[in-house]
Design a protein around this ligand. Structure first.
Ligand code: HEC
Length: 185
């Protein structure tokens, strides 16, 4: 009897501890918000830069197994021809770009810990509308070609819907490299 009681208590404690480690549950968002977020992410072209591509005879096609997971960490950068440095160059996937700001890599927007898995709604809104890295107000500005200036007037509810959708997609483990300063490549 005493043993059963103790077992029940320890199961209870385990459940409470497990629950406190959970990320913000997606159940917080409605199906309508998620659907609207999907629509916005699609028509606002986030995949152009944030999704890896597979090269086909018709040109680049979205790699849906790794959708929105940013520049693939394992992908080597092509040789950058110093003679082309008056230009902005993109890799074939549109996930890495070199220009006067150095080299930037598109971020992982999936709900994995290497993406936005541990982000709050506020961080996402700050990143999009104020162009701050990791959505932290005191952090560095986001580098080109992330077009955050276009999103300054994005309505908060639209940003929240996009966040709801991104939190609902498949998490992809991909730690995107840090940007490289001008001249350091
Ligand atoms: C033209 C390419 C391009 C498009 C289009 C684009 N992004 Fe980005 N985005 C980037 C790049 C590159 C970075 C990384 C910038 C940096 O490291 O400073 C980035 C960074 C971000 C970040 C910050 C991530 C972090 O870790 O700080 C968020 C959030 C983000 N993008 C969301 C979006 C969303 C949502 C869309 C669509 C509405 C979008 N982006 C469209 C290229 C793009």
């Amino acid at each position: 009897m005493k043993k059963t009681f103790l077992t029940l208590i320890s199961i209870g404690i385990t459940l409470i501890v497990l629950q406190s480690f959970q990320n913000v549950p997606t159940a917080k968002y409605s199906e309508q918000q998620i659907a609207k977020g999907k629509y916005l992410v699609e028509i606002m072209g986030c995949r152009d830069c944030h999704s890896p591509k597979k090269m086909t005879a018709q040109g680049p096609a979205i790699d849906f197994d790794n959708d929105l997971s940013g520049h693939p960490a394992a992908m080597p950068l092509g040789k950058i021809d110093k003679g082309s440095l008056g230009w902005v160059l993109f890799n074939m996937m549109n996930t890495a770009a070199v220009g006067p700001w150095g080299v930037s890599f598109s971020a992982n927007l999936t709900p994995h810990a290497t993406g936005i898995g541990n982000w709050t709604e506020e961080q996402f809104i700050t990143a999009l509308k104020e162009g701050k890295s990791k959505g932290i107000k005191t952090a560095r500005p986001l580098l080109p070609p992330m077009p955050w200036q276009n999103y300054v007037n994005l309505k908060k509810e639209d940003a929240v819907a996009m966040f709801a959708y991104l939190k609902s997609i498949k998490p992809v483990n991909n730690l995107v490299p840090a940007p490289i300063a001008p001249g350091a490549y």
